[in-house]
Design a protein around this ligand. Structure first.
Ligand code: BTN
Length: 250
C-alpha cells in the first residue's frame, strides 16, 4: 500500500528540536504542499499535549509530522481531524502487533492499558476554517525500556518481542492517514464517527477521572461532535474538555 500525497515530499533529520516545530516554521516561511512530512531519528524538544514533553530513544521510534490543508473543515468542527488521525494510527499499529489497539480519548493509542502512541495536532485557523494542520505522531516502535517517569508505556517491540523497520511502519502510517483523510474529504463523517466509537478505549465502562481537586466515576458514553468526552453519572450525561478531567488508568 503506497500513499500518493501523504509523505510527499518527506524530509528526514537525524536530530531535530521537534518535527512539529519544524513544520510550523515551514508554514510560516513558505507554502508547503498538502502531505509534506518531516521525520526525525531523535527530538531534543519533542512536544506533547497540554504543554508536556515527548521523549524517546534515538533511532528506536517514529517521530513524524504531516502538514495538511483542510480548508474544507470549519474551525468548530476540528475534532473530526483528531478522529481520522487516531483511526489511521490505530490501523497502522494493528498491522504490526497481535492485539488490537484502542483510541483513548481524545487521541492516544493504547494497547490494553498501555500507551503506544501520542498525537499532537496543531491547527492554524483562517477565519472560520482550518488553513493548516500539523499532525504530529510519535509511535513507540523498537524501544525496550522507558524512563520510570513515563506512565504505562509500551512499544511494538514490547508487544511482540520483534524489532520492526521504522521506515516501513512510517510508509504504512502515511497510507492509512491518506485513506482516512480522504474519507473525511468525501464527508463520510458518520462512518468515521462510528469507527472511532467502535475503537474507543473503555467505552461503556465505568471509569475514574481526576476532576478539579477530587475524583469522579462515570461510564464513558462516547464523544460529542465538539470532541468533548461524555460521561454518564447517576443517569445524567455530562460533557468534559481535555483540560478539565484526567482519566485514571487501573
Ligand atoms: C502526547 O501524547 O502528548 C502527544 C505526543 C506527540 C509526539 C509527536 S513526536 C512527533 C511530533 N513532534 C513533536 O514534537 N511532537 C509530535
Amino acid at each position: 500500500m503506497q500513499s500518493s500525497y501523504i509523505g510527499k515530499p518527506h524530509s528526514y533529520f537525524d536530530v531535530i528540536d521537534s518535527t512539529n516545530s519544524y513544520a510550523l516554521e515551514l508554514i510560516s516561511k513558505s507554502n508547503p504542499s498538502e502531505g509534506t512530512a518531516i521525520s526525525a531519528g531523535y527530538q531534543t524538544n519533542g512536544r506533547g499535549q497540554i504543554g508536556r514533553k515527548w521523549d524517546g530513544e534515538q533511532d528506536k521510534n517514529l517521530y513524524s509530522s504531516i502538514i495538511l490543508k483542510p480548508a474544507f473543515i470549519p474551525a468548530n468542527d476540528q475534532f473530526c481531524l483528531n478522529q481520522v488521525v487516531s483511526l489511521a494510527v490505530s490501523s497502522a499499529i494493528d498491522d504490526y502487533i497481535p492485539k488490537r489497539s484502542k483510541i483513548k480519548w481524545p487521541n492516544d493509542i493504547y494497547i490494553e492499558n498501555r500507551k503506544i502512541c501520542g498525537i499532537l495536532i496543531q491547527n492554524m485557523l483562517s477565519g472560520a476554517n482550518i488553513q493548516y494542520s500539523v499532525i504530529g505522531i510519535g509511535i513507540n516502535i523498537n524501544q525496550e525500556e522507558f524512563h520510570p517517569d513515563i506512565p504505562n508505556p509500551t512499544s511494538i517491540y514490547m508487544e511482540k518481542n520483534l524489532y520492526s523497520d521504522i521506515t516501513e511502519v512510517r510508509n504504512t502510517l502515511f497510507s492509512y492517514v491518506e485513506y482516512w483523510y480522504e474519507m473525511l474529504k468525501k464527508d463520510k463523517k458518520n462512518e468515521i464517527n462510528k469507527c472511532y466509537h467502535e475503537n474507543m478505549y473503555r467505552i461503556g465502562q465505568s471509569t475514574t477521572f481526576k476532576y478539579e481537586n477530587s475524583y469522579i466515576r462515570g461510564t464513558i458514553e462516547g464523544v460529542n461532535d465538539k470532541g468533548k468526552l461524555m460521561l454518564k453519572k447517576e443517569n445524567e450525561i455530562k460533557a468534559f474538555n481535555l483540560n478539565e478531567i484526567k482519566m485514571l488508568i487501573d
